[in-house]
Structure formats: structure tokens, C-alpha cells
Write a protein that binds this ligand. Structure first.
Ligand SMILES: C[C@H](O)[C@H](O)[C@H]1CNC2=NC(N)=NC(=O)C2=N1
Length: 96
């Protein structure tokens, strides 16, 4: 996978919902009601990440989940990160 340029990243960000580009990653915070909801959200992401063979860095703070996407192998953001971000956005609307 090819690392995307800053311009490409900023352009593609317009197609996503509330993701920010920070420290060479795509970052988004999700809010839930309970820790259980946070964990369930992660469980929904797991099969998607496995099917893409692309995995998020995840922070869980009780009812808050911060997802960070970057392609470790490429040392930056690639189309795979945008693909995963889109699929996560599709999910989150169902969880809330
Ligand atoms: C061997 C395996 O395909 C690689 O290690 C994959 C797995 N998931 C991955 N996920 C992410 N985010 N970046 C990677 O570089 C990556 N590499």
C-alpha cells in the first residue's frame, strides 16, 4: 500500500465523518454510555479489521473509545486506513 501525501489525506478526509488528521494518523473519538458499549463497539470492529487485514490502534477510557488509524508497514496513512475508517463510521451509527 502506498503512503498518501498530505494533500491526498486532506482531500480524502472530506469524505469521512469527524475524523481528524493528527500525528500521522486518522483519529476519531466515539462516546458511549457504558464500558460494555465501548467493548461491544470494539468487538464489531474486530472482524472488519481482520477481513481487511488492517487493524486500528485503540484506546478505551470507560465510555470513550479513541480509534487511531495508520499503516504501520508503510509508515503513514494509506487507502486502507480510509477504507477502515469508512467501515467504522458505517458501524458506529448502529451502535449509538
Ligand atoms: C502481516 C500482516 O498482514 C501485517 O502485519 C498487517 C496487519 N495489520 C496491520 N494494521 C495496520 N494498521 N498496519 C499495518 O501495517 C498492518 N499490517
Amino acid at each position: 500500500m502506498n503512503k498518501l501525501s498530505e494533500d491526498e489525506i486532506r482531500d480524502k478526509l472530506k469524505n469521512l465523518n469527524n475524523w481528524e488528521y493528527k500525528d500521522n494518523k486518522l483519529v476519531k473519538e466515539f462516546k458511549f454510555n457504558t464500558f460494555d458499549d465501548s467493548v461491544n463497539f470494539l468487538k464489531l470492529i474486530q472482524p472488519i479489521a481482520d477481513s481487511l487485514d488492517h487493524h486500528p490502534d485503540v484506546h478505551i477510557y470507560y465510555n470513550r473509545v479513541i480509534i487511531e488509524l495508520t499503516t504501520h508497514d508503510a509508515g503513514g496513512i494509506t487507502d486502507l486506513d480510509f477504507k477502515l475508517a469508512e467501515k467504522i463510521d458505517d458501524l458506529s451509527t448502529h451502535v449509538r
